[in-house]
Design a protein around this ligand. Sequence first.
Ligand SMILES: CC(C)(COP(=O)(O)OP(=O)(O)OC[C@H]1O[C@@H](n2cnc3c(N)ncnc32)[C@H](O)[C@@H]1OP(=O)(O)O)[C@@H](O)C(=O)NCCC(=O)NCCS
Length: 181
Amino acid sequence: MDDAQAVIGPVNLAARVDEALAVQAVAFGLDAEEVAVRRHIVLRHLTSPGARAFGATTPDGRLVGFVYGMPNDRAHWWSTVVEPYLRVTGTADWLEGSFVITELHVHPAFQGLGLGRGLITAITDTADEKRSILSAIDTESPARGLYRSLGYTDLARQVHFPSAARPYAVMGAPLPLPRRN
Ligand SMILES: CC(C)(COP(=O)(O)OP(=O)(O)OC[C@H]1O[C@@H](n2cnc3c(N)ncnc32)[C@H](O)[C@@H]1OP(=O)(O)O)[C@@H](O)C(=O)NCCC(=O)NCCS
């Protein structure tokens, strides 16, 4: 199998939620209990207005990466958690007219091949919104490096989600995301 041949395109993530969570479990580190919780959350998210997903699929049909997101809704849990932090930094306006990247994960065996960059660029290219926001663990990680290289800057740091052990950074970027030269 040629890793580089994974193809990026829209995917019915609700139908492939177990495959997607298996990727997330190994990429991000989720135990079985967390996978079960995430499964409900993902399926609920995918019913939100404007929710969409893209996947990276190998020639033999294996899902090795995915991204999903939706237009931000200030009533959604994620938005209500980050809003006070964005108010402090004067960036709460980013919660209006923004496309939220909810999850982005690439299987470790397929990382470093451009799939993460391709997935987030593909999904944001479909957004009508003029900007995009997301949260990432507040540490120097490949994810943070990727987001910065795409124009995302920190809107707030040390953001605490009630269920998460580690603080997050909230980042925002204008759309469309830049292409590599
Ligand atoms: C973040 C993630 C999706 C990136 O996917 P990927 O397919 O490996 O990314 P790409 O190959 O498109 O790389 C894009 C950029 O990511 C960054 N990056 C990728 N691997 C990196 C590494 N090992 N160290 C530092 N930066 C790295 C670089 O900025 C890279 O740009 P470059 O091509 O100019 O070097 C992937 O690392 C992943 O799934 N990580 C674990 C889960 C996770 O953290 N998800 C995000 C939650 S917010």
